[in-house]
Design a protein around this ligand. Structure first.
Ligand code: 26M
Length: 819
């Protein structure tokens, strides 16, 4: 019996093969003797899943026994991408599986390509959440992630005639082996209704009498750490019709319609909102937020109550991390549960609330801050609106005592925005007031928060404000996506220890000029470029030369990220080549310019940028006089797995936001780790990258953060760029077709309209590009810069970010599950 009980799954080739074939027969229900690649992928994933579940169980039991302070990481978005390769690498059994499969006649890499992306998020914030989960698991922290299980993830971007079209991403179509449905872990979530009063022991209480109820069902996604058995949980909620329905209604009315109406509950977790910039007071979105918050908190409080009976100790056991303001209704919800359901006094409840929440903001622009119309909140969550008003009222009283009757400051700091056509709840103010710590995502971001967006709050509570520079996980962004570079690094460092301790990458500096190392480095990079070139040809039909410099900008399309500056630069390059003497063309460094990214479906200008990219590409790629000297390709449907292919294969990457607009940026870190050089503005985390690897190893250009406001004020008094103006005129006058369509795009970058200062930065952008060309010609120097980029990327691991959060924000400690 004991033999059976400690019998962990075995990882020798025969056991793995038996496992896979069993899953082919019993899970996929195919013949063990005949199954295709996709079926093999399904069986393989289930076999990996079994191993994840084992460790997940052990870890959860260990956490339960040890009962450490736990971190609950709340985020409405997680961009997990694919799980297969990541899982087997973190479990340390990739090669075991590859061997086992080979004997069965399958190639591991081919099967891994069968997997679709889990794209439950939009951009940087969502991928950061995913990277942070990997680091939390690897560093053995007792953490749980909570999110929503959208049925439709980020839309699929399809390009027709150069225009973006959005198609639904029904990602669960073919099943999802990476989740475990927990039919017994479910909670009722309530909406609408009224607030009434009740008297209990002579004490008045508010009671929320809801008008609608849905059920939140848990889906658990195991997150394995690397080099540890710890496997933590990402719990995603799906909405289902409530089990607590009033059966009476079925008897009185139309049975069919009653069922159909019940089914509407599922719409709550149906679709991810694709916008990542503006907040329109949409009821469904608000419902999603509360659904998420209510289910997560019921789960967290239930777990706490299993072991504890006094809420005073909650702050010693629970840290709640708010990823942006999206989950910040949690603050009002905890107050409601404490006061209305647990009957704590307001003041006791408030004391506890102020000790458990920390808040990280991922935006800079004030107009991007989340607001909820008061009327909307009042109808959907009437009791929460009262609570928010009460929190605000108390805060305003306290504030008056501290700052006096400075009404304009009071109104700026109020949670309620009274100005404007409709009253709004400012979720950022609520989050700042109720959190013990407010974090920025890079040093410069915190500076801007302190002096602009949260200036008033910073002056009141300077000690609340901190920053933790973002990172990315080297497991996903080197080990999984660039296996050859990974092997090369380990070979020269003589250890794989850098995969858990990324500072060791610094050891590569020693070999940066070593001829043998450079040779091997170049070879790895070339193989990656070949792989990327094949993908480009398959996607766009454009054949590109491997010897050209691969110059890449992949990220969401936004005006502040300035893809348009890149395009105008490309047109300028094209123009120069065309106007050159034939003999001079030999001196041109050939380039393949690669752009990729989604535009929010309602973001007109961003969509026009995509169209312009295609129009320019059409012209350049079909100009026989240009040939291999310049190619432009747009990579459609940019997502995590596309990034895993593109990042390792690029020579130069662009991070060229107007200084002061990118809170951090994390794409720059992925490229840096892979030895791709950066052409960038001194914005967000790039400022800190410059400090780590030195400006001489990058191509930095453009206005600095402190210059931007003055430049903007100057308006048309800024120094014009004739080259820039000429190119904008070409676009406007129809040189690339679609004359009328591009007019508004041109308006957005001309004269006073040029809010993001493209024209001002253009000349220095061209200089930076010229330096990049010069450096590329000297391949020895370029390779050295490339090696030094990887060597200096250690700071930008989420391992460092998470360690900092654990220490100075969450107050949690590792809890390593023994073997
Ligand atoms: C808004 C309205 C409706 C639906 C969704 C949204 C929304 C979703 C995501 C708004 C913002 C969202 O994310 C913002 C974001 O991704 N910010 C980026 O965060 C990264 C991680 O900190 C930073 O590196 C980037 O600089 C920052 O732009």
């Amino acid at each position: 019996l004991f033999g059976l009980m400690d019998g962990f799954l075995k990882n020798d080739p025969l056991s793995l093969q038996t496992d896979i074939l069993d899953h082919v027969e019993y899970t996929v229900a195919r013949s063990r003797f005949s199954f295709d690649d996709f079926e093999a992928y399904q069986a393989l994933s289930h076999s990996v899943r079994d191993r994840l579940i084992e460790r997940w169980h052990e870890t959860q039991q260990y956490f339960k026994r040890k009962d450490p302070k736990r971190l609950y990481f709340l985020s409405l978005e997680f961009l997990m991408g694919r799980s297969l390769s990541n899982s087997v690498i973190n479990l340390g059994i990739r090669d075991h599986y590859a061997d086992a499969l080979k004997q069965l006649g399958f190639d591991f890499e081919v099967l891994a390509e069968q997997e679709g992306d889990a794209a439950l998020g939009n951009g940087g914030l969502a991928r950061l959440s995913a990277c942070q989960m990997d680091s939390l698991a690897t560093l053995d922290f007792p953490a749980w992630g909570y999110g929503l299980r959208y049925q439709y993830g980020s839309f699929r971007q399809v390009i027709l005639d150069g225009f973006q079209h959005e198609q639904p991403d029904y990602w669960l179509n073919f099943g999802n082996p990476w989740e475990i449905e927990r039919v017994h872990v479910s909670y009722p979530v309530k909406f609408y209704g009224t607030v009434e009063e009740d008297i209990l022991n002579g004490q008045k209480y508010k009671i929320w009498v809801p008008g609608e109820m849905v059920e939140a069902v848990a889906y658990d996604n195991p997150i394995p750490g690397y080099g540890t058995r710890n496997t933590i949980n990402l719990r995603l909620w799906a909405a289902k019709p409530s089990g607590q329905d009033d059966m009476e209604s079925y008897n009185t009315g139309d049975y069919i319609n009653a069922i159909v109406n019940r089914q509407k509950a599922e719409t709550i977790s149906c679709v991810l909102y694709p916008d990542d910039r503006s907040y329109q007071g949409k009821e469904l979105r608000l419902k999603q937020h509360y659904f998420f918050v209510s289910a997560s908190l019921q789960d967290i409080i239930r777990r706490f109550k299993e072991e504890h009976n006094n809420f005073e100790t909650l702050p010693d056991k629970v840290a709640l991390q708010l990823t942006d303001t999206h989950p910040s209704l949690a603050i009002a919800e905890v107050m409601r549960v404490f006061v209305d359901e647990e009957h704590l006094s307001w003041n006791r409840a408030w004391d506890i609330v102020c000790k458990i929440f920390s808040f990280t903001t991922h935006t800079i622009q004030p107009e991007a801050l989340e607001k909820i119309p008061v009327d909307l909140l009042g109808s959907l969550l009437p009791r929460h609106l009262q609570i928010i008003y009460d929190i605000n009222c108390n805060f305003m009283e306290e504030l008056k005592k501290k700052i006096g009757l400075d009404y304009s400051r009071l109104s700026r700091m109020s949670i309620i925005e009274e100005e404007g056509p409709v009253k709004n709840i400012r979720m950022a103010n609520l989050s700042v007031i109720c959190s013990h710590t407010v974090n920025g995502v890079s040093r410069i971001h915190l500076e801007l928060l302190k002096t602009k967006v949260f200036k008033d709050f910073y002056e009141l509570w300077p000690q609340k404000f901190q920053y933790k520079t973002n990172g990315v996980t080297q497991r996903r962004w080197i080990v999984v996506s660039n296996p050859n570079l990974c092997a090369l690094i380990s070979k020269w460092l003589g250890t794989e220890a850098w995969i858990r301790n990324v500072d060791l990458l610094m050891g590569l500096r020693e070999y940066a000029a070593d001829a043998d190392f450079q040779q091997e480095w170049k070879l790895v990079r070339r193989l990656n470029k070949i792989r990327l070139a094949e993908y480009i040809e398959a996607m766009s039909g454009v054949k590109v030369s491997i010897d050209a410099m691969f110059d890449v900008q992949i990220k969401r399309i936004h005006e502040y990220k300035r893809q348009l500056l890149n395009l105008i630069g490309i047109i300028h390059r094209y123009d120069c080549i065309k106007n050159m003497e034939k003999s001079d063309r030999r001196k041109v460094v050939p380039r393949v310019c690669i752009i990729g990214g989604k535009a929010a479906p309602g973001y007109e200008i961003a969509k026009k940028i995509i169209k312009l990219c295609h129009a320019v590409a059409e012209k350049i790629n079909n100009d026989p006089g240009v040939g291999d000297l310049l190619k432009l390709v747009f990579i459609p449907d940019y997502n995590v797995s596309v990034a895993e292919l593109v990042v390792p294969g690029s020579d130069l990457s662009q991070h060229i936001s107007t200084a002061g607009y990118e809170a951090s940026g994390t794409g720059n870190m992925k490229f840096l780790m892979n030895g791709c050089l950066l052409l960038a503005t001194a914005d967000g985390s790039t400022v800190e990258i410059i400090e780590e690897i030195g400006e001489e190893n990058m191509f930095i250009f453009g206005a600095k953060v402190h210059e931007v406001p003055t430049l903007r004020d100057k308006g048309s008094a800024r120094k014009p760029s004739l080259q820039f103006a000429r190119i904008v005129r070409m676009i406007r006058e129809g040189y690339f077709g679609f004359k009328d369509y591009f007019g508004s795009l041109c308006d957005a970058v001309e004269g006073n309209g040029d809010f993001y200062l493209l024209e001002h930065d253009f000349e220095s952008y061209l200089e930076a590009q010229a330096s990049a060309d010069k450096a590329f010609v000297d391949q020895k120097r370029w390779t050295q810069m490339s090696i030094l980029s990887t060597a200096g990327s250690g700071k930008f691991s989420t391992d460092r970010t998470i360690a900092e959060y654990a220490e100075s924000t969450w107050g949690i400690e590792p809890c390593k599950c023994p073997f």
